[in-house]
Write a protein that binds this ligand. Structure first.
Ligand SMILES: Nc1ncnc2c1ncn2[C@@H]1O[C@H](COP(=O)(O)OP(=O)(O)O)[C@@H](O)[C@H]1O
Ligand SMILES: [Mg+2]
Length: 449
């Protein structure tokens, strides 16, 4: 119940007795002779929503109250009450307004369409009772986390998710085990101010408590680096007003049907954006000194943000004096795997994806590194790996699901330049020379035929 003294008798046409927001809304609606459906149409919320607010089963959001003020011509009466309710709700004992989003990148470039799409999902549909869920997937280092943080910060800046933002790294795939939903829920509940002793010891109850605490609040939940769909399901809020954004290297099968998720696969940057990213890190002066070299360097980094950032750091830290120097050093493909800054090594980012593959899929990936730079299809892959075509199709699908290869059209796949270099490197180290020679001979036979 949202019992609130209503002191607006002189300023509004409503009765001045203490009433709830819902009672006041109902009184004003009846005074104007409107049905629930007519009011719903005027405020652009659905009838169920209006009815729940009128019966005080759902707290009014400020945006809903604004719509009521306008539709019912009562100045700012409802907005004032809803704002007070919201403030009171926030100050409830123990309620904490989490703000866990990392900072946006100063030099974020590109992905304008993806940002807009994500923004649309985040802003939700006022009339829907569903919780918007967006999934951003793509290969390691393509900028999934950066994009999501950028979009989330933008939404917060525009006034969305005023009750808080939660950000969790689900750690899958990483060096260790992926985070357990049971533990994650505990951290989330703690972040929302639930004392440790009130956190249930059972997964389902924990999830239910989490949904209850979120109920009626406008909170954004970012689940970064999800391992699989099972890991995410217990973490999903149940009430509209909340929204969820997930990043993952996997396609998270099932999430579309189970949670109505909108999926977005992030591509590498364009040539122009890639050069811009290098420039933004190394500065105009160094970039202007040799713009052609910057373009070559961007190309050798496969326009992949992680590689671009690492390369730019090499230059800034004077390990290479210019874009030209570094581009020359990166001419041999295997050298590109060693791009690193501090703890972050390009090869390790790829390793974490590669390690999730079963052996037949991993072998297929390594052997793809031996193929010429054509688009890959199941027949070529089957011949090279010496497996049946159905088996090859399945293995290629697995690789696409892990974002280690990308669909080019219905029958063809493409291997990103850097991932190709990585695969070539792997097969050199992990497969016997005879096996490689045989695979190359079979591939050559196939292409000659
Ligand atoms: N669009 C972008 N503009 C600028 N920097 C970016 C962009 N995308 C990614 N980066 C940088 O590239 C690196 C890898 O990005 P990240 O978001 O961690 O990739 P992912 O989450 O896909 O593995 C980070 O240092 C990030 O800041
Ligand atoms: Mg990430």
């Amino acid at each position: 119940m949202h019992q609130l003294a209503h002191g607006g008798a002189d300023r509004t046409p409503m009765a001045g007795t203490p009433a709830t927001f819902g009672q006041l809304l109902r009184a004003r609606r009846l005074q104007l002779g409107l049905s629930l459906a007519q009011l719903a149409a005027r405020v652009h919320f659905d009838r169920g929503h209006v009815s729940k607010v009128e019966t005080d089963k759902r707290p009014p959001s400020v945006s809903f109250a604004e719509a009521c003020d306008q539709a019912l011509n009562v100045g700012s009466t409802f907005t004032t009450i809803a704002t007070a309710l919201e403030a009171a709700g926030r100050q409830q004992q123990g309620w904490v307004r989490p703000a866990q989003l990392p900072a946006a990148k100063r030099n974020f470039v590109g992905h304008r369409d993806d940002m807009n799409l994500l923004g649309k999902v985040l802003h939700g549909d006022e009339q829907s009772l569903a919780v918007p869920v967006a999934v951003v997937n793509g290969p390691p280092g393509v900028g999934k986390t950066a994009l999501v943080v950028q979009s989330a910060q933008r939404a917060v800046d525009a006034g969305y998710f005023a009750d808080g933002q939660l950000f969790v790294n689900l750690q899958g795939p990483g060096r260790g085990a992926a985070a357990e939903p049971f533990d994650v829920l505990k951290d989330l509940l703690r972040a929302l101010g639930v004392p440790a002793e009130h956190i249930p010891a059972d997964l389902d109850q924990r999830a239910a408590t989490f949904r209850s605490v979120l109920h009626g609040r406008e909170i954004l939940l970012v689940l970064d680096n999800a391992a699989d769909t099972q890991q995410i399901l217990p973490l999903l809020p149940g009430s509209p007003g909340c929204a969820v954004v997930v990043t993952s290297r996997s396609r998270l099968p099932g999430l579309i049907s189970l949670a109505g998720a909108v999926t977005l696969t992030l591509p590498e940057l364009s040539r122009r954006e890639a050069a811009l990213l290098i420039r933004s890190v190394i500065g105009d002066e160094r970039a202007d000194a040799d713009t052609a070299a910057v373009a070559v360097l961007a190309e050798r980094c496969g326009h992949l943000p992680l590689a671009l950032v690492l390369a730019a750091e090499h230059i800034v830290s004077h390990r290479h004096h210019s874009a030209g120097c570094l581009a020359a050093d990166l001419k041999p493909e295997h050298a590109r795997m060693e791009l690193a800054a501090g703890e972050v090594v390009l090869r390790h980012a790829f390793d974490t994806s590669y390690r999730t593959l079963d052996e037949p899929t991993a072998r297929m990936f390594r052997l793809l590194g031996l193929l010429p730079r054509y688009a890959i299809n199941a027949a070529a892959a089957a011949a090279t790996a010496d497996v049946g075509q159905d088996e090859a199709s399945l293995l290629l699908r697995n690789l696409a699901d892990a974002h280690l290869i990308r669909h080019q059209d219905e029958h063809h796949y493409r291997l990103h330049e850097l991932l190709r270099a990585y695969a070539t490197d792997l097969t050199k180290h992990l497969d016997a020379e005879s096996e490689r020679t045989e695979a190359m001979r079979r591939a050559a036979d196939f292409y000659l035929r």
